[in-house]
Design a protein around this ligand. Structure first.
Ligand code: PLP
Length: 497
């Protein structure tokens, strides 16, 4: 390497570089060995899953993984898989676990991982129709399937996103474009939502440059649903004041309690005032598959845009959200752009291309992780699984109410149930519930989360992991009973104190 650049013979340098660069392409035998090591690793994970704790709070804060640095020469696969096993799989939350009933779970269907593998190995370009019409057709078909589920017309379009937050952001940006809102209009434009709207909506409003809109928090009824009468009155007052009602964001299944806002009444108000009506159905949307609750969700079809989260109610691994927009052209108009380097793309194919319905250009072939399980299993087991979650929530609601010292929240609309411990002194109840949650987290077999509503701490069960069945709910009830015995005997005796 001491020669000056011009003195180097290109052939000689290439001969040096090529064999090293070629190590990026293992041969068939090496590929099989890698794949089989990874397969054994994931099999072991799945075999241990039923008995593994869902939550492991005592850990090294990822120190092992953190200390393991990238090197010039690399490592063998066994060492890396061992590190994953020791440094990743057994600390914190295991979202694949049947015991995950915290936040909003989903699970992660196995065939999706194989779909991801096919997508990654083939590396199809799913952003545009022309380089990969087949891949784009698969993406389009998944969007269409969800649009049909929601009851949207043929002119609707959508996008497979990385998650619900990005889908909500894309929806709110589309609303802004569709209503022709310009920077100078922002101060007079009004956005309506309730306190129970997911926090990603507030984030999306900021990212979309709408933070300076007038933002109204609409009152809710005693079941945390938007009060449509209050919305109507507020909209009327705002119009009288010369403001411009622009966007109403409703929830179909709030994260805290699973509440469904009165979609039909909100649609009426939005229609009569020209507001964009967006529904965040990231949690609740796929309950459209369940005959038990379908009626509560049919008015979703009246929304201008709807967000669904296939990595929740369709049980896909993380990385799958979806946006549907009733007026498909609004979505496309908001996201179509042209670059000189894209001049080979035939314009009549714009309609198909995900890149024209999304902030992304190059993106993973996301459709395959949804297409493979849907076509492999058919829809029937998905219907059964979401219905099962509804019945699990109803069953839990009934059974946990029988536990001495437990108060339950309302009958679940979908599959979230809230409950809390009640002690002798109401002023100490939040502390009692904090201790109960901590006790259950130390146990870790079933993992619950908690929330505060109007200053009151509630513990939640959110049944949505496809692996969660009656036995897990029974175990949770047993843990609540035992935990309550431990923590209500007086705080100082509680384990860990
Ligand atoms: C989960 C959730 C979101 C956020 O979706 P991500 O996929 O986590 O980005 C938004 N809204 C609701 C109602 C949710 O449950």
């Amino acid at each position: 390497m001491s020669e000056i650049a011009t003195a180097i013979d290109p052939k000689k340098r290439l001969a040096e570089l090529e064999p090293i660069a070629r190590t990026l392409e293992p041969d068939g035998a090496a590929r099989s060995a890698l794949a089989s090591a990874v397969f054994q690793h994931t099999e072991r994970f799945l075999e241990e899953l039923p008995d593994a704790r869902c939550y492991i709070g005592e850990h090294d804060r990822g120190a092992k993984v953190h200390a393991f640095e990238v090197t010039e020469q690399g490592n063998d696969i066994e060492a890396l898989l061992t590190l994953l096993n020791e440094g990743v799989h057994h600390s914190g939350l295991n979202p694949a676990s049947a015991g995950h009933v915290a936040y909003i779970p989903g699970g992660g269907l196995y065939p999706s991982s194989l779909g991801d593998m096919i997508a990654a190995v083939t590396n199809h370009y799913a952003g545009m129709f022309y380089p990969s019409p087949g891949a784009v057709r698969i993406e389009n078909q998944m969007v269409r399937w969800m649009a049909d589920l929601v009851g949207y017309p043929a002119s609707s379009r959508g996008d497979l996103t990385s998650g619900g937050s990005v889908a909500n952001l894309t929806a709110i940006f589309t609303a802004r474009e569709a209503r022709g809102l310009r920077a100078r209009d922002v101060g007079k434009a009004v956005i309506y939502r309730t306190e129970q709207a997911h926090h990603c909506v507030a984030k999306a409003i900021r990212i979309a440059g709408l933070a300076e809109c007038v933002q109204r928090t609409v009152p809710m009824d005693d079941r945390f649903r938007m009060d449509a009468g209050a919305l109507e009155a507020q909209v009327a007052r705002d119009r009288e004041a010369g403001l411009r009602p622009f966007l109403v964001v409703a929830s179909a299944g709030t994260t805290d309690t699973g509440a469904i806002d009165p979609l039909g009444a909100i649609a009426d108000i939005a229609e009569s005032t020209g507001m964009w009506f967006h529904v965040d159905a990231a949690y609740g949307g796929f309950f459209l598959l369940a005959a038990e609750v379908r009626d509560k969700l049919v008015e979703l079809r009246r929304a201008d845009s709807v967000v669904l989260d296939p990595h929740k109610g369709l049980f896909l691994p993380y990385g799958s959200g979806a946006l549907l927009v009733r007026d498909g052209e609004a979505l496309r108009d908001a996201h179509t752009a042209h670059g000189a380097y894209l001049r080979d793309m035939p314009a009549d194919q714009d309609w198909f291309s995900p890149a024209n319905h999304s902030p992304e250009l190059t993106r993973p072939f996301r459709g395959l992780r949804m297409w493979l399980p849907l076509h492999l299993f058919g829809i029937a087991p998905f219907r059964a699984a979401v219905s099962e979650k509804i019945w699990l929530a109803r069953y839990f609601h009934e059974e946990v109410a029988k536990v001495e010292g437990i108060e339950v929240g309302p009958e679940p609309d979908l599959s979230v149930v809230t409950f809390r411990a009640r002690g002798d002194d109401p002023a100490l109840d939040n502390e009692l519930n904090n201790r109960l949650v901590a006790d259950m987290h130390r146990d870790g077999r079933i993992f619950v989360s908690s929330t505060t509503i109007d200053g009151v701490l509630w513990i939640r069960l959110a049944a949505l992991c496809f692996r969660t069945h009656k036995e897990h709910v029974d175990l949770l009830i047993e843990m609540i009973r035992d935990g309550l015995d431990r923590v209500s005997g007086g705080g100082d005796d509680a384990p860990g104190h």
